[in-house]
Design a protein around this ligand. Structure first.
Ligand SMILES: Cc1cc2nc3c(=O)[nH]c(=O)nc-3n(C[C@H](O)[C@H](O)[C@H](O)COP(=O)(O)O)c2cc1C
Ligand SMILES: C=C(O[C@@H]1CC(C(=O)O)=C[C@@H](OP(=O)(O)O)[C@H]1O)C(=O)O
Length: 442
C-alpha cells in the first residue's frame, strides 16, 4: 500500500488498521525542546474516540496513546530538566486496539463476502485481493483517523507557540444548521466543550489524573497497564462522572454531545439524527475549521497552494467535499459581491468580508482561514441493501450487524481540526525557511 504519508517538511506517516494490534503515527520535523505527554495527546484523542455518546459507535476503544520514540528518556545532563522533551528524532505514537473481540471479528468474517455499499470493501478486495485487511475495513475504517488526531495535536501545540490557533466545530447534521457565530465565540465554545469532555471522560480521570500511566514509566510498563485496562474497560467506564445535559449547559455553556457553538441547534441536530437512525438509517452534515493568527503568505504555488493542500482532507473517510470560504456559493455571486474589499486602517489592512476564506492565489491573506468539510452519511446502516458476493459475483442482500456511527459528523471535527494543523505547520516551516533564505539575498 502506498499513500499513507502527508507533508513536505512536517511529515506524518500512519500505519495500522481497525483490528490489527493498533495504529501508529510517525512524525518527522518535530522541533527539539518541547515537553510532550501522553495525557495531553489523549486529551484530543478522547474527543474523537468511539463509544462516547449516543451519536457515536458503541465500540469502546479508549484510544490511549503511548509515545514510543522521539522523547528524551532522561535528562541529557544532570538537572537539565529535559526528560520527556522532544529531541528532534522522529516521534512515534502508538494507539493499541483494546476493544476488538472475537465476536466482532466473526461479524466481519460472516459479512465480508458481501461488501457494504458505500464502504471501501468492494474496491479494496479487487485491488488487494483476498489478503486485503477486510476485518472492520482495516485502514479504511474511520478508526485510522485517530492517528491524525494524535499527530495533529503535536502540530497544534507547536502552532500555539507561534500564535496560531486552529479549531473546528459542527456546522450541520441531518440538515439542521448552526447559525453563523463570530469565530472568537466559536473558539471559546469549542474550548469549553473540550474542558467538559476532559472532566467527564473516565479514562482521562482514571488513567492520567490518578496516575495509572505516567511519563516516568517505561514502554513495557505502560503496555502492561494497558493489558490490565483492556480487561477493565466497562468498570472504568462505569466510573464516568455523571452530569445531566442541563448541568453541562449550566456549568460549561455547551451542548453535552455535539460541539456546536449554538446549544439549541446542537440539540436539534441530535434529535434529527436520532429520528433518522431510529429507522436504521444514518445522517451526514458539515464541519467547519478555522485558523486564526496565520501570517500573510503561507502556501506555495502551483501545486501546493494552501487551498489545494487543505483539499487533502478529502483523504479523510466519508469527507466528500472541502470548501474554502464562500466555497461553492461563489458560482452565484458577481465579482463585486465575491471580492473582499480592502481598506488600510492605521497601517493595517482590513478586509470587509471573507469570501476567500483567508486564501487568495493559494496564499494566506492574514484573514481567518475558513474551510468546511461535507461529510457523507455513515455507509453501515441497519437496512437491507443490495450487494454482491465478492467471491462468486452472485447478487445478494446485506443487513448490517456491525457497530457503527449513526452519524460521523459529531466525531470528525477533531480530525478536521488536527489535519488542518498538520497542513498549516507544514507550510509555516516552508514559509519560514523561504523567508529566511530571501532575507540573506542582497
Ligand atoms: C471518525 C469516523 C468514523 C466512521 N465510522 C464509520 C462507521 O461506523 N461505519 C461506517 O460504515 N463508516 C464509518 N466511517 C466512514 C468510512 O471510514 C468511509 O466511508 C469509508 O472508508 C469509505 O471511504 P469514503 O467514504 O471516503 O469513500 C467513519 C469515518 C470516520 C472518519
Ligand atoms: C472504531 C472506530 O470506528 C469504527 C469505524 C467504522 C468504519 O467502518 O469506518 C466502523 C465501526 O467499526 P467496528 O465495527 O470495528 O466497531 C466503528 O466503530 C473508530 O473510529 O475508532
Amino acid at each position: 500500500m502506498l499513500g499513507c504519508h502527508l507533508g513536505h517538511n512536517f511529515q506524518l506517516t500512519v500505519a495500522g488498521g481497525s483490528y490489527q494490534e493498533g495504529l501508529s503515527s510517525t512524525l518527522q520535523g518535530v522541533p527539539p525542546g518541547m515537553l510532550l505527554t501522553e495525557q495531553e495527546i489523549y486529551g484530543d484523542l478522547l474527543l474523537r474516540k468511539p463509544g462516547a455518546d449516543e451519536l457515536s459507535s458503541p465500540r469502546k476503544e479508549p484510544d490511549l496513546p503511548i509515545i514510543y520514540a522521539g522523547l528524551n528518556a532522561a535528562d541529557t545532563i544532570e538537572n537539565a530538566g529535559n526528560k520527556n522533551h522532544t529531541n528532534g528524532t522522529p516521534l512515534v505514537i502508538l494507539i493499541p486496539n483494546l476493544d476488538r473481540h472475537f465476536i466482532h471479528i466473526k461479524q466481519y468474517q460472516d459479512t465480508n463476502r458481501t461488501p457494504r455499499p458505500g464502504h471501501a470493501s468492494y474496491a479494496s478486495f479487487v485491488k488487494y485481493g483476498p489478503d486485503d485487511d477486510a476485518i472492520g475495513a482495516g485502514i479504511f475504517s474511520g478508526r485510522y483517523t485517530s492517528t491524525i488526531v494524535a499527530a495533529g495535536y503535536v502540530a497544534k501545540k507547536i502552532l500555539k507557540q507561534c500564535g496560531i490557533e486552529v479549531f473546528s466545530y459542527v456546522k450541520e447534521i441531518a440538515g439542521v444548521r448552526c447559525p453563523d457565530v463570530p469565530y472568537e465565540r466559536a473558539l471559546e465554545s469549542t474550548d469549553r466543550y473540550k474542558a467538559m469532555r476532559h472532566a467527564l471522560d473516565p479514562f482521562y480521570q482514571e488513567v492520567y489524573v490518578k496516575g495509572r500511566i505516567t511519563m516516568d514509566m517505561r514502554f513495557l510498563e505502560k503496555a502492561a497497564v494497558m493489558a490490565q485496562i483492556e480487561q477493565e474497560i466497562d468498570p472504568i467506564r462505569d466510573k464516568a462522572p455523571q452530569m445531566s445535559a442541563a448541568e453541562v449547559r449550566d456549568k460549561y455553556g455547551v451542548h453535552a454531545v455535539v460541539n456546536c457553538p449554538d446549544i439549541d441547534a446542537g440539540q436539534a441536530m441530535v434529535d434529527a439524527c436520532n429520528r433518522i437512525s431510529a429507522g436504521g438509517d444514518s445522517a451526514g452534515g458539515l464541519v467547519e475549521v478555522v485558523v486564526l493568527g496565520a501570517p500573510v503568505g503561507l502556501g506555495e504555488p502551483v501545486f501546493n497552494k494552501l487551498d489545494a493542500e487543505l483539499g487533502r482532507m478529502l483523504g479523510i473517510g466519508a469527507v466528500k467535499g472541502v470548501e474554502i470560504g464562500a466555497g461553492f456559493a461563489v458560482k452565484d455571486m458577481t465579482g463585486y459581491q465575491n471580492n473582499d474589499q480592502m481598506r488600510a486602517v492605521d497601517g493595517e489592512v482590513v478586509f470587509e468580508s471573507n469570501n476567500a476564506g483567508g486564501i487568495t492565489g493559494g496564499l494566506t491573506t492574514g484573514q481567518p482561514i475558513v474551510a468546511r468539510l461535507a461529510v457523507k452519511p455513515t455507509p453501515t446502516i441497519d437496512k437491507p441493501q443490495k450487494t454482491i458476493d465478492k467471491y462468486t459475483q452472485e447478487n445478494t442482500q446485506l443487513a448490517a450487524i456491525t457497530r457503527r456511527d449513526p452519524t460521523i459528523v459529531a466525531r470528525i471535527w477533531p480530525v478536521a481540526e488536527n489535519f488542518t494543523a498538520l497542513i498549516i505547520l507544514d507550510h509555516l516551516m516552508m514559509h519560514y525557511g523561504y523567508q529566511a533564505l530571501k532575507a540573506r539575498i542582497k
